[in-house]
Design a protein around this ligand. Sequence first.
Ligand code: ZN
Length: 494
Amino acid sequence: MAHPFRLYSTLTRDAADFVPQEEGKVGLYVCGMTVYDHAHVGHARAMVVFDSFVRYLRHRGWAVTFVRNFTDVDDKIIRRANETGEAPLDLANRFITSFQEDVAALGLIKPDHEPRVSTSIEDIVAMIAELVAGGHAYASEGSVWFSVGSCPGYGKLSGQKVEELQNPDEGSGKRSPNDFALWKGAKPGEPAWDSPWGAGRPGWHIECSAMSRNTLGRTFDIHGGGLDLVFPHHENEIAQSECANHAPYSNYWMHNGLLTMASGQKMGKSLGNVIGVKTALAAFPAETLRLYYLQNHYRSPLPWGDDALPEALAMLARLYEAREKAEAMKGDETAQMVARDLGPDAQALLELLQGFEARFYEALDADFNTGKAVGLALQLARALNRFSNHKQALKRGGPLGRQALAAFEHVRAAVGLLGMSSADFHEEVKAKRLAAMGVSRADVEAHLAGRVEARASKDWARADAIRGQLDALGILVMDTATGVEWRVRLGAAE
Ligand SMILES: [Zn+2]
């Protein structure tokens, strides 16, 4: 039984109870990458948001068909290929491989379908032919244009007046400035396919109309993508699909907000402020990015700065450390007995645990509010930490610890955080942060060995001096009951 949820749609500018096209099923189409370069952390927001959304839906009992396309035929790809001297499709394939590496490194679910323009030409040509036959498109000088004036309701997604909109597609033969290209006549050096209108290649927008119809049908549930795609891309998809199919297109439009720079700029190649996914993942575990993206509501703009990932990592470490504390707690009394005996922090933790599951899903069920859901997980981590300071927490906290582990398991299953073992997490943090800080592991270990030696010979001054040297390198040394442990110092959280 699939759990109901509410979803905001850009089309209605309102959140409403989600009504599926087919009981228990969700068809989700997300616009993917135009593959002319490596993905950056701005692209990864959409990838992670929709990955988490699919996890959440499946965890809540929905049968999801998830489609994300590749735009592998495009002006930008052709331009870039001319610069590098590659064939455009070779260049696109190279960046599809790069993207798939990022998908794997980010730990993302593989979509059920990943259609590409270059292998969907037949579907695209068929749809253009339907639009021409229906009087919604016209061929002119080897290209085919969509006639915006033929489409009642054009502009409904972006909510602007048609007179104020203008499609950026240029070319001779277009009858109105609003019209946009469905098929572009072949030019020398460009990839081209045969069509009833001569050799050429698809315009940008038609691919998603054709690919979504081919994978999800004429009318489907949710269309997703970045907020920057609302106009012209998504507006044009609606026009093409509804005019060709004589049926509503996507029932809900889900747009993620963009990353904003401190300067208020957008992240973009041309602005020289791009951080690649590979660069970010060399320095931080993948869940750091996931937490960074999920800490805000998906529709809100998300500030990006030098502190963004260090702060997210500190928060993530807090979650892992809280889970470790919960795992370590022993004892078989009832939670109520423990809470009664061990003071206000135990009581506060129990209260939080009792409401956790309901509040966590209430947040996600209300337009996928991951910011609120992640906030609850961090609140739980704080309460666990406070309780763990009680001298009997380890010995008697078991019943609270087990409830906390169940709560953290909801976080893992629903949004994909806390998916690693603690040991793997700490190991990856050490490896990646040391590399990013330019500190060699051998150096850290030599210092630690020197400190053990100094302590063994009761040379406390030397032991302290070494601790100070490690501290200066960003390494924290902890003497525990079972021996010496060390961690990399993380950025300040909250
Ligand atoms: Zn698209």
